[in-house]
Design a protein around this ligand. Structure first.
Ligand code: CLF
Ligand code: SF4
Length: 458
């Protein structure tokens, strides 16, 4: 008989957001069927996708439910790693319940192997808990930025609820009450809930621990603390609110990690995102293209492919644990930790050239442990052949600033100019392709060999 832990492991084994291990191999697909929203967050410009799960500045092409189902069948046939279908906007899915649930119903009928995932601001969650349960939507994200209305009133301008607009403290009270009760009702039904919190300096940064405790008490599975990305034409932009630094995000995550499992690999992806979390293949499947593309969805072939993939994830995890145990036995003295930046295009491999990286995975390696710190977004150094001659110095300077606390860069390739630039700033490039974990150990040994034994990160 399976233990509760095994059962949970199986439920998240193919979900790239709920399982850090799975995110290297399994892909999610968002279908943008929900344009309207029923609240106004002070960090959101409604010209763009819902900022609760998206990087600001992105506009998704809205689909009708039948178009979305066709798109799911096409993509699931083409990208067999696709294991989850999410609805996360471009507005709030539960402000568009008919469109959202018609889409989920269509997917469940025609592609039953796909997991269904919903992301909402939670205002109308209580109304739809039973529908969510009946449709077997096993993963729900609620964005909760405050559990105290006195703080919440500074995050939201208004809400529109049961035919009436509310503002200020009253709006925050209704929203928070519905979010927390909705979370409780979902977890009582055994649905796995993730809570997103946007970290807003000077507004809720001192309050996130309290949020973490409150959602843990109500059964949340994981907490995703995301940095605010200030967008033009928003209240926060006008009020001079700034983005938190990577260090501030990390510090808040560390404070909360005693309370609840932390998600650190979120990519704040768009409402029409397709592919592995670090990649975006949405342009290959635009509405215009999708209607002409044939459907190659084959449930049996997909099952075989994904069973193999899951086996691979589990084997890698086991190997990782065995390796850590072996190193633990061999170690007699504690060695200093090293912070590393890694470039990857997925499959848990270092397989991406520095110049093409739009993000770096950050790890701390110390003795037997590899600790994943998070993801840092950058502008890629290679800006295409046409622009290749332009001055890329500012891009390099910005990347070096973002990686300034790292001692090493692990990449499958790097040009001479960036290599020298990073070396001059104390970041040692280690160029090799292969499994991330293995190369982290290998390169850290190399680094220790080359350097003194002074602790190098704090
Ligand atoms: Fe999409 Fe969200 Fe489901 Fe994932 S995303 S609805 S839980 S399938 Fe994932 Fe994207 Fe972060 Fe969201 S990386 S923004 S957490
Ligand atoms: Fe924008 Fe999403 Fe907030 Fe609605 S819930 S205002 S779409 S960030």
């Amino acid at each position: 008989m399976k233990t509760i832990n095994q059962d949970l492991e199986d439920r998240i084994a193919r979900h790239p957001c709920y399982s850090e291990d799975a995110h290297h191999y399994f892909a999610r697909m968002h279908v943008p069927v929900a344009p309207a929203c029923n609240i106004q967050c002070n960090y959101c410009s409604r010209k763009f996708d819902c900022a609760n799960e998206s990087r600001p500045g992105v506009v998704s092409e809205v689909l009708k439910p039948e178009e979305a189902v066709k798109k799911v069948l096409v993509v699931a046939g083409e990208i067999q790693q696709t294991s989850v279908i999410g609805i996360a906007g471009p507005g709030d899915p539960l402000a568009n319940p008919q469109k959202t649930f018609d889409t989920f119903r269509g997917v469940a009928e025609q592609a039953p192997d796909l997991k269904l995932c919903l992301s909402t601001n939670g205002l109308r969650l209580l109304e739809f808990v039973d529908t969510i349960h009946e449709l077997n939507i096993d993963h729900v994200t609620i964005t909760i930025n405050a559990v105290n209305p006195l703080i919440g009133q500074h995050v939201y301008s208004w809400i529109f609820y049961e035919g009436k607009r509310y503002k200020g403290l009253e709006a925050a009270e209704i929203l928070i009450n519905n979010q927390l009760k909705g979370l409780e009702a979902l977890t009582e039904r055994g649905i796995l809930c993730k809570v997103n919190t946007v970290l807003i300096p000077g507004v809720n940064d001192h309050h996130v621990e309290e949020i973490s405790k409150a959602i843990k008490e109500r059964g949340a599975f994981v907490h995703n603390i995301m940095p605010l990305i200030v967008t033009p034409d928003t209240v926060f932009e006008k009020n001079g609110i700034r983005n938190p630094t990577a260090k501030e995000v990390q510090q808040v995550q560390e404070k909360c990690s005693g309370s609840l499992k932390m998600m650190k690999h979120c990519r704040q992806c768009r409402a029409d995102a397709i592919g592995l979390l670090g990649e975006d293949r949405s342009a290959e499947f635009s509405k215009e293209k999708i209607m002409d593309l044939p459907v190659h969805y084959d449930g049996e072939a997909r099952k075989q492919f994904q069973d193999e993939l899951e086996k691979k994830v589990k084997q890698n995890k086991k190997k990782k644990q065995e390796k850590a145990a072996k190193i633990r036995n061999e170690i007699t003295t504690s060695s200093p930790g090293i912070r590393m930046a890694v470039t990857t295009r997925g499959n848990a491999r270092v397989n991406l050239h520095f110049g093409h990286a739009k993000e770096f995975l950050i790890f701390d390696v110390q003795n037997d442990s590899i600790n994943f710190i998070g993801v840092r977004k950058v502008q890629s150094y290679c800006i295409g052949k046409v622009n290749c001659g332009t001055n890329k110095g500012p891009i390099l300077a910005e990347t070096a600033e973002i990686l300034k606390d790292c001692q090493m860069l692990l990449s499958s390739g790097i040009g001479e100019t960036p290599k020298k630039y990073l070396l001059d700033r104390g970041i040692v490039p280690f160029v090799k392709s292969g499994n991330i974990e293995e190369l982290l150990y290998e390169s850290s040994k190399f680094y220790r060999y080359m350097n003194s034994s002074e602790p190098i990160f704090s």
